[in-house]
Design a protein around this ligand. Structure first.
Ligand code: G1P
Length: 290
């Protein structure tokens, strides 16, 4: 397979599940410990070798673009105060000049439409897609695990999958499981947000994809599906007629930060991993729990 150089981040969503926090601030800027959600996901992509970061944004999302730019006033002040560690931290997270692109999804027509908006920036090569609502906590990031697993495959599409309890299955895209292929399996079917009795398994699509560029031609004429939105899963079903889709049960714990509980759990889990915060946080949690 051609190397995966580009990653798409759909960040146009309105964040209605987090109002009023997201009234004036994009949900992707909510912090998990001290990094915005979008930064965690961009770092995962960078670890996987991604060279070009493509953000599909919307109105009121300008601060995401600012986050991935330099902030001179802040840098000068930090320099004057000899805050070298803080300056290094900022430099570490800054994308190289010309490696971040931003385009706008002008109307909220769904994930499939958001991905289609990136077609000119992606061009004719396979690409990664990372949904910033989902964080996967593991030393080797989820996307890197997918790229490792896809080595040697030709024109393959890969989706990260995980088990969820059947009571929650209707909130996700769900896959059917075929023959094993190394660490992966071939996907036999995909369905977006099925009622429990129609779900082909308890394995959901987790929000990390490697897709071939032919998906864009399909998305160009994709009609609306679940929730009256243009669904990526529906376009993937069409693409699966001519190309193989593989599922990878990744290593690591996922947090659905689009939900309040997932977001709060992510904050606790990531903070408990930080030597500078864990002892004090543990003591605080114990105190609160009585
Ligand atoms: C999207 C996808 C769905 C996937 C989910 C993961 O749904 O359409 O297939 O399982 O992300 O979080 P959304 O959360 O945008 O409704």
């Amino acid at each position: 397979m051609k190397p995966i150089r580009k990653a798409v981040f759909p960040v146009a969503g309105l964040g209605t599940r987090f109002l009023p926090a997201t009234k004036a601030m994009p949900k992707e800027m909510l912090p998990v410990v001290d990094r915005p959600l979008i930064q965690h996901v961009v770092d995962e992509a960078r670890q996987a070798g991604i060279e070009h970061f493509i953000f599909v944004t919307g109105r009121n999302k300008g601060v995401i673009e600012d986050h991935f730019d330099r902030q001179f006033e802040l840098e000068v002040t930090l320099q004057e105060r000899n805050r070298t560690n803080d300056l290094e931290l900022l430099a570490q997270h800054l994308p190289g000049a010309g490696t971040a692109s931003f385009t706008r999804q002008q109307e909220p027509l769904g994930l499939g439409h958001a991905v289609w908006c990136a077609r000119e920036l992606v061009g004719n090569e396979p690409f990664a897609l990372l949904l910033p609502d989902v964080l996967v906590k593991h030393e080797r990031g989820c996307l890197a695990q997918m790229i490792d697993a896809a080595q040697g495959l030709d024109r393959a599409n890969v989706i990260a999958v995980e088990e969820v309890p059947m009571e929650r299955i209707h909130s996700y895209g769900v896959v059917g499981v075929g023959a094993a292929k190394g660490k992966m399996f071939t996907v036999t079917e995909m369905v977006e947000k099925p009622p429990r009795e129609k779900a082909p398994s308890n394995l959901i699509i987790t929000g990390r994809y490697i897709l071939q560029p032919e998906i864009f031609d399909i998305l160009a004429s994709q009609s609306r599906g679940a929730g009256n939105e243009i669904q990526l899963t529906d376009a993937m079903i069409t693409l699966a007629k001519s190309q193989t889709f593989y599922g990878l049960k990744f290593a690591g714990e996922s947090y659905d930060c689009g939900s309040k509980i997932g977001f709060l759990a992510a904050n606790v889990a990531y903070a408990l991993d930080r030597p500078d915060l864990a002892p004090a946080l543990r003591a605080e949690i114990e105190r609160l729990m009585g």
